[in-house]
Design a protein around this ligand. Structure first.
Ligand SMILES: [Zn+2]
Length: 308
């Protein structure tokens, strides 16, 4: 079995999460056999972070190998042909134009592929998590930003430019605030954690959920407002894709039903063409390691020369 192990590295602003998955006898991914997390120390800059990824990969291969492929999950956009970074909105330093995938692969000495972290989350949840039985699944990560991914018939849909599934960058408020991407009124601009806490007049989104749980009217209103815009975006996706499962993950989901209940209600108010009771809006199942598991799966799929 040991030659059916795949390493996933999930590069985040605070931690690099590390996961090794092992395929079952039928070739399907069965289990996470090793996981750990290492501080990213993102302030040290791209060269140091790249070297850290290489060191981690070599160490894991020595201790938990042999490893067949490496998948690198990254918090932003990149050129899928070259593995060069285009935009890391939340990591400091000169990342634009930085070549990451190939130097990491060469440094570790194992074939390495790269995937956006929200797409990795979606691939993991859609393969072995909450969306495993879906025909069409939308994965959404709620945190500092709003990420997403789409799986159709068990495969990740990346589109012509490798960016399909950017759920947070749909326009939901035409006259809304300017988004980090440059557009005006994106879902991310009005429903990310910072937008919710600003609306509630509280320092962070955790404080908003705590206040809402105590019945604070302004906090409840801020959550309902975010749910209103989220529901527009989800209903648009339902109309376009005919999706049957929406899986929500990310830091904000610690609030659980405080998010899900108003969201389910708001979506059912807006979806008219299909029976809303057949659209499941559920919490992610794989927890904080979903991104690393999905990155490992992306490496496995690419090694097999299959489309993601
Ligand atoms: Zn945007």
């Amino acid at each position: 079995m040991s030659d059916h192990r795949y390493l996933g590295l999930d590069l985040g602003g605070t931690y690099i999460k590390v996961g090794v998955i092992e395929a079952g006898p039928d070739g399907r991914p069965a289990s996470l056999v090793h996981s750990e997390r290492v501080l990213t120390a993102a302030e040290t800059g791209p060269d140091q972070v790249r070297d850290r990824l290489i060191d981690i990969g070599r160490g894991v291969a020595d201790l938990h190998g042999p490893i067949s492929s490496v998948g690198l999950g990254v918090p932003g956009l990149f050129d899928p042909d070259t593995g060069v970074i285009e935009l890391f909105p939340n990591l400091p330093g000169p990342w634009r134009g930085f070549s990451l995938r190939d130097p990491v692969g060469e440094g570790i000495g194992i074939k390495t592929s790269m995937i956006n972290d929200a797409r990795a989350f979606t691939l993991a949840e859609g393969t072995i998590g909450a969306g495993r039985d879906a025909a069409v699944m939308l994965g959404i990560t709620l945190g500092t930003g709003i990420g997403g991914g789409v799986m159709i018939d068990g495969r990740l849909h990346l589109g012509a430019f490798g960016t399909a599934g950017e759920f947070g960058h749909q326009t939901v408020k035409p006259d809304g605030p300017v988004c980090g991407c440059g557009n005006r009124g994106c879902l991310e601009a009005v429903a990310r954690g910072g937008a919710i806490s600003d609306e509630a007049g509280l320092p962070n989104v955790e404080a908003v959920y705590a206040a809402a749980a105590q019945g604070d009217a302004r906090a409840v209103e801020a959550i309902e407002r975010a749910s209103f815009y989220m529901a527009i975006a989800i209903a648009n996706a339902v109309a376009l894709l005919g999706l049957d499962v929406v899986v929500l993950g990310g830091g904000i989901m610690s609030a659980g039903d405080l998010v899900l209940d108003p969201l389910r209600q708001a979506v059912s108010n807006r979806v008219t063409l299909v029976p809303t009771e057949e659209i499941r809006i559920v919490r992610a199942e794989l927890g904080a390691m979903a991104g690393a598991i999905g990155a490992a799966l992306a490496g496995k799929v690419q090694l097999e020369n299959r489309a993601l």
